[in-house]
Ligand binder design. Structure first.
Ligand code: IPM
Ligand code: MG
Length: 386
């Protein structure tokens, strides 16, 4: 079998000392709130849970899972994108697993009260204050020529997009639509205060320090005031991390560089909007959006992070219900749940290895050049777990 490269999270530590979760925490029962969401969300979530249960069984970990509706599914039932009860259940759980949210059926629904009311996932991120969005991406040699980027360019690329999740243009007020000079006007506010930038930048430096100590901060400081402040604060924090090489890069150039020369990057930090865009660009390095996992982490309590774990991909309504969705992004998000939410890096590694082996043995959905169904890939991963 070819050398197994599983990228970020398996070679060397992914977590810095201050964020480390090396202590093994044994909780009597790890409680997961599972929110399938919309489109392919419930299908990939079922795969993720199947793998989670199989891995937990092998390590004698007790999981308890409760289900609820989010976003479009919640709207159809209750006419709200995220119920207060769901927020309370998320607070009470040890981790939240999300499939995917959104779809054209709900795009035009207008609800007063900001993004927390307009999007179920945004509400959860904000309510749980999970401000550190980890979105790792690496080149998968297993995909061979199916990868959209030439192998010579992407080979061995392994990067971590860190997206600020709870502030910036996606949340700041004022925002809305109005009329001016007889025309309709839509507006948002791109604002960050120094506390928000500081706590996020610190996480970026810590994570970079635990990897290859290269930090690129992507912004638009050539035009935006909020980016000028962002850059200033990131530079200030950088003085506390002389061992981490800091580069500021305009976000547009960063997107270009990611495609042209992805190997130059280690950790990239960006505001909510820039991080959202760059993490999709990272999908081209991995080979498909369906392979990308993510974790939104908040404060660390008792050694563990409270987190929302979700694949980066959307709800793909065009293939919903066809059993063809790629479960890998979800399964790798489950691995992140074990690592950050439960301090069980050993279980996370096992899941990542099983996923790579299943792929090497031909379990691939159509988006990455295969013919396997979601359930076949899931079963292959479960059987590779051992
Ligand atoms: C993501 C998604 C979400 C976001 C949407 C579904 C609200 O694009 O997680 O990247 O913009 O954050
Ligand atoms: Mg996105």
């Amino acid at each position: 079998m070819a050398a197994t490269h599983v990228g970020c999270g398996i070679e060397g530590p992914t977590l810095p000392r201050r964020l480390q979760t090396s202590e093994r925490h044994t909780v009597a029962e790890f409680r997961i709130l599972a929110l399938g969401g919309d489109g392919i969300g419930p299908e990939v979530l079922a795969s993720g849970l199947k793998v989670a249960r199989a891995a937990a069984r092998l390590h004698a970990i007790r999981l308890s899972v409760s289900h609820d509706l989010l976003h479009g599914a919640a709207w159809d039932r209750w006419e709200t994108f995220c119920q207060d009860e769901t927020v309370a259940a998320a607070h009470a759980a040890d981790a939240v697993l999300v499939g995917a949210v959104g779809g054209p059926a709900w795009d035009d629904i207008r609800v007063a009260g900001g993004p927390e009311r307009q999007d179920g996932l945004m509400r959860l991120r904000r309510e749980l204050d999970t401000f550190i969005g980890l979105r790792p991406a690496w080149h998968w040699p297993q995909l061979g020529d199916h990868a959209p980027i030439k192998r010579e360019l992407a080979n061995a690329a392994d990067l971590l997009i860190l997206r600020e999740m709870c502030g910036g243009i996606m949340f700041a007020q004022p925002r809305g639509q109005t009329r001016k000079d007889g025309m309709r006007v839509g507006f948002d506010t791109a604002a960050y205060n120094e506390r928000e930038v500081r706590r996020f930048a610190c996480a970026g430096f810590e994570l970079a320090r635990a990897r290859r100590s290269l930090l690129v901060s992507a912004d638009k400081a050539n035009v935006l005031e909020s980016s000028k402040l962002w850059r200033e604060i990131v530079s200030e924090i950088g003085l506390e991390y002389p061992d981490v090489e800091l580069r500021h890069m305009y976000a547009d150039n960063c997107a270009y560089q990611m495609v042209m020369n992805p190997r130059q990057f280690d950790v990239i930090i960006g505001c909510n909007l820039i991080g959202d865009i760059l993490s999709d660009v990272a999908g081209s390095i991995s080979g498909a959006l369906g392979l990308l996992p993510s974790a939104c982490l908040g404060a660390r309590r008792c050694g563990r992070f409270k987190g929302i774990f979700e694949p980066v991909h959307g709800s793909a309504p065009d293939i919903a219900g066809m059993g063809a969705a790629n479960p890998v992004g979800m399964v790798l998000s489950v691995a992140m749940m074990f690592e950050y939410g439960m301090c069980r890096r050993d279980v996370a590694q096992r899941i990542r290895l099983a996923t790579v082996r299943a792929m090497e043995n031909g379990a691939r959905t159509p988006d990455i050049g295969g013919e396997s169904a979601t359930k076949d890939v899931t079963e292959a991963i479960v059987s590779e777990l051992g």
